[in-house]
Design a protein around this ligand. Structure first.
Ligand code: GLN
Length: 452
């Protein structure tokens, strides 16, 4: 049914870069056979899923929506892919994204535009916009994404979905094409809180193949999603993430949801996190710096595209031609920014200061979590904006990440849950819940309480 749905609507949505019809049917049959043979299967066995095209898949191409990886077929599965395959989930295909996960609208894909199913003239969010559009358009019940600065929570918010950024290190980055390694986190998209929790639990947990993986038990997110009780829970509203500049309907739905929590027995207080004002600036130095280093591996020798290798050019010339042709404008902008910020003479002023700001943000969170169990904010300052509106204005685009970035810088657990439609445009609004590292269960508990 999902494959048929993709066939009938994806021409108008553009969520998928690759659909694996035959392999999906074969996997589904395998699960059926196991079930018929009386095997014990997990709760998601046989459920279809779409993977962001940043996760390696040994039976499907993986491009990170970049021309530099066009046609690349990975020889191995990412840990997330492998674990979900092992849990019996059926892979429908790979979803569109901003090239190398750089962007907030999926307009930076080298291949195609993805449209928001709520209004096809608007963006589905980014960078995991193919995944959010696929789930919102009922082309998949579940999808994976990656969140470096909001790339799961923001698309989830603007597509009316539940989307989570698990604790950094709580789920494995192995086989996830790297953007900014100290921030990148895989996470779930689903249409309700319990589904998101089931998916979260199915791929999370320690992985010796990821050196930053935490060796601790997976927080009990499924139980938390089933409980959904907030009686006595201390909830902090972050003053700095609820600004006058936000869209009025977004603020209105956010406030109503805070009131709902209060009516359910939560204790709500206002909290100030003064360093959050500098989070966006710090992020847009740290993320490009790490990206400039990570993307050095695309050297025309090891993967994908190779331009001008006709025996007359040096390796450097081939590398340069390949990177010029293979990377899109936003990726080049990040590589230049990052290379500059890391260069000798500028390192302390830019990268060094940004790392200090990162510590201040972490301290703001630590201080806040001494008094509250979770922090909340709108997920995004506005609802989905029109395709093209911010494409030529990177600063306006970067503002979409205002509320989501602090959690990445601190490595926290964070989740976005739908909280109604903004009255002025009838588009979905997201409610963000932030908790300390390894307290992911709290975000699901609150989300389940406010879900409607
Ligand atoms: N929009 C942010 C960026 O462009 C975040 C991306 C992400 O989380 N992958 O960097």
């Amino acid at each position: 049914a999902y494959l048929d749905r993709i066939e009938s609507v994806d021409g108008a949505i553009g969520a998928f870069l690759h659909v694996g019809r035959e392999s999906a049917l074969a996997q589904a049959r395998e699960v059926d056979d196991k079930r018929a043979a009386g095997a014990e299967l997990g709760p998601l066995a046989g459920v279809p899923i779409a993977h962001k095209d940043v996760f390696t898949t040994k039976d499907m191409p993986t491009t990170a929506a970049s021309k530099i990886l066009e046609g690349w077929q990975p020889p191995y599965d990412a840990t997330v892919t492998e674990r979900l395959r092992g849990a019996g989930l059926v892979i429908l295909g790979k979803t569109n994204m901003d090239e190398f996960a750089m962007g907030s609208s999926t307009e930076n894909s080298a291949y195609q535009v993805t449209r928001n199913p709520w209004d096809t003239d608007r963006i589905p969010g980014g960078s995991s916009g193919g995944s959010s559009a696929a789930v919102a358009a009922f082309e998949a019940p579940l999808a994976t994404g990656t969140d470096t600065g909001g790339s799961i929570r923001q698309p989830a918010a603007v597509c009316g979905l539940v989307g989570g950024k698990p604790t950094y290190g709580g789920s494995s980055r192995y086989g996830m094409i790297a953007f900014a390694s100290s921030l990148d986190t895989p996470g779930p998209f689903a249409r309700n809180v319990l589904d998101a929790a089931l998916l979260h639990e199915a791929f999370s947990g320690h992985d010796p193949r990821d050196s930053t993986s935490i060796d601790a038990a997976v927080p009990p997110v499924v139980d938390a999603a089933r409980i959904g009780d907030v009686e006595g829970l201390r909830v902090g509203v972050v003053k700095e993430l609820d600004s006058d500049g936000f869209q009025p309907g977004v603020r209105q739905r956010f406030r109503e949801t805070v009131e709902l929590l209060e009516s359910l027995g939560a204790k709500v207080v206002e909290v100030s996190c003064p360093s959050f004002d500098a989070a966006l600036s710090a992020y847009y130095l740290i993320a490009p710096s790490e990206a400039s280093s990570n993307l050095a591996r695309f050297d025309a020798m090891r993967y994908g595209l190779r331009v001008g290798d006709d025996g007359t050019r040096s390796a450097e010339e081939v590398m340069s031609l390949t990177r010029a042709r293979g990377f899109g404008p936003e990726v080049k902008r990040r590589i230049m920014l990052g290379t500059y910020a890391l260069s000798s003479g500028y390192y302390d002023a830019y990268y060094g200061s940004a790392q200090q700001v990162r510590t201040l943000i972490k301290r703001d969170f630590d201080a806040a979590f001494e008094n509250v169990d979770v922090l909340v904010s709108p997920t995004t300052p506005t609802t989905a904006f029109p395709i093209g509106e911010r494409a030529e204005d990177p600063m306006a685009m970067y503002l979409a990440d205002l509320c989501t970035i602090p959690s990445n810088l601190a490595g926290n657990a964070s989740l976005s849950v739908p909280c109604g439609l903004a009255p002025e445009d009838d588009l979905p609004v997201g409610f963000q819940i932030m908790a300390p590292p390894l307290a992911d269960d709290r975000t699901y508990r609150v989300a389940a309480a406010v879900e409607r």
